[in-house]
Write a protein that binds this ligand. Structure first.
Ligand SMILES: *Cc1c(COP(=O)(O)O)cnc(C)c1O
Length: 375
């Protein structure tokens, strides 16, 4: 959460401590840059509060590493982030603007991705109304059927170039649907579509690859890469990997310890029954903090190298773990246990919850204390 829009809970009392290593973040950006095609720019996708880590501090660290192109999805994100970005930094609005939103987009100092002919018309009218040229990215749909002009609409633009009056297009861009699956034939299909459609705009450079696309190879890179997940230390594919370091560590606070007898029911629904004398710790974080209910039966935390399995359901504000494996007295209220860290990766938590690392990261809530280390 950005520090100006949300108050950071105090470290000593917060239910969880999210440590964000800005040094590792900058090294990850450089690792992507080292893999990118010669001369290509590497941007940073900082939408959804930089995947839950805080768009302002993350962007400042990446700017320091040399990044100049920042991507957000929603206008509110651009409005929050722009004031903290240096003037030379470009801020691109991936979702474009809603109907009637061109003026607000301009006033937010943001370059829109134009995703439809309607948006092209509105941005052109905005430029003419202001008597100046306005920059934009042109997004094309190459096979995801999400955002961007269809091939037929792209062709209309080449036949009727006056529709672009007042617009200075910087890039043609498109997004890969299956970049995390290198063997998926959709990658080659989208590349062929991109080449065919980009040929309609021969003077424009291409922006194509996300994190997964970096590994697909230079053909998919284009002149401006748009990694998100890899910067935050997320693994993007199973087999091949960009050498990225973990950026996030999440520890949760113990707020109560108790012993229960065999047969005691634990948590909502009483779905966990103590098999014998059982020692439990109650942690002060739950699904409202982004730890999914689907961790039930599979999730765990760690303390001093010992795995402590979840007992019963995740509550909104707390969860209960079985600490019988620890010596009595090893844990006391106020202690922290590891949810994401050296013993348990972000990917392991996502797998236990039956989801993906993206969803775990972006769900991490505003009640966690965010601590930025830059080593
Ligand atoms: C989110 C997003 C990205 C970044 O994707 P990662 O897989 O996190 O690298 C890039 N481009 C677009 C259009 C996106 O929506």
């Amino acid at each position: 959460m950005s520090q100006d829009s949300f108050q950071n809970p105090a470290r000593e009392t917060a239910g969880g401590l999210l440590r964000i290593d800005l040094g590792a973040l900058a090294r990850n950006w450089r690792a992507v840059k080292a893999r990118a095609s010669e001369g290509a720019r590497v941007g940073a996708v900082v939408k959804a509060e930089a995947y839950g880590l805080g768009a302002a501090p993350v962007s400042a660290a990446l700017y320091g590493a040399g990044c100049r192109d920042f991507f957000v999805a929603h206008l509110i994100e651009a409005q929050r982030l722009r004031p903290s970005l240096p003037a030379e930094a470009r801020l691109i609005l991936l979702n474009g603007f809603a109907p009637g939103g061109a003026a607000a987009c301009f006033e937010a100092g943001t370059i829109p991705a134009l995703n439809s002919l309607e948006q092209v018309a509105e941005w052109s009218a905005q430029a003419r109304g202001r008597g100046r040229e306005l920059e934009a990215f042109l997004q094309l749909d190459t096979g995801m059927s999400r955002l961007g002009l269809s091939p037929a609409e792209a062709e209309i633009l080449t036949r009727e170039p006056e529709r672009l009056t007042g617009i200075r297009l910087l890039y043609v861009m498109s997004h890969l649907a299956c970049a995390d699956e290198p063997e998926n034939p959709q990658n080659a299909f989208q590349l062929a579509e991109m080449k065919r459609l980009a040929a309609l705009f021969p003077h424009l450079p291409i922006s194509f690859a996300n994190s997964g696309g970096v590994l697909l190879g230079p053909d998919w890179h284009g002149a401006l890469l748009r990694p998100g997940l890899a910067l935050y230390g997320g693994r993007t594919t199973r087999d091949r990997e960009i050498p990225v370091e973990p950026v996030v560590r999440l520890d949760l606070r113990v707020i109560q310890l108790r012993s229960v007898r065999a047969g005691a029911k634990v948590g909502y629904g009483g779905v966990f029954t103590a098999p014998g004398e059982t020692r439990l710790a109650v942690l002060s974080a739950g699904y409202a903090d982004g730890l999914p209910r689907s961790l039930e039966g599979r999730g765990a935390v760690w303390f001093g190298g010992t795995r402590l399995p979840l007992a019963g359901r995740v509550s909104m504000d707390s969860m209960i773990v079985d600490v019988t494996a620890l010596p009595p007295g090893a844990l006391k209220p106020g202690d922290l246990v590891e949810m994401i860290g050296p013993n348990q990766s972000l990917e392991a938590v996502a797998a236990a919850a039956g989801t993906i690392n993206y969803e775990i990261l972006t769900g991490l809530g505003g009640r966690l204390h965010r601590d930025y280390a830059s080593d």
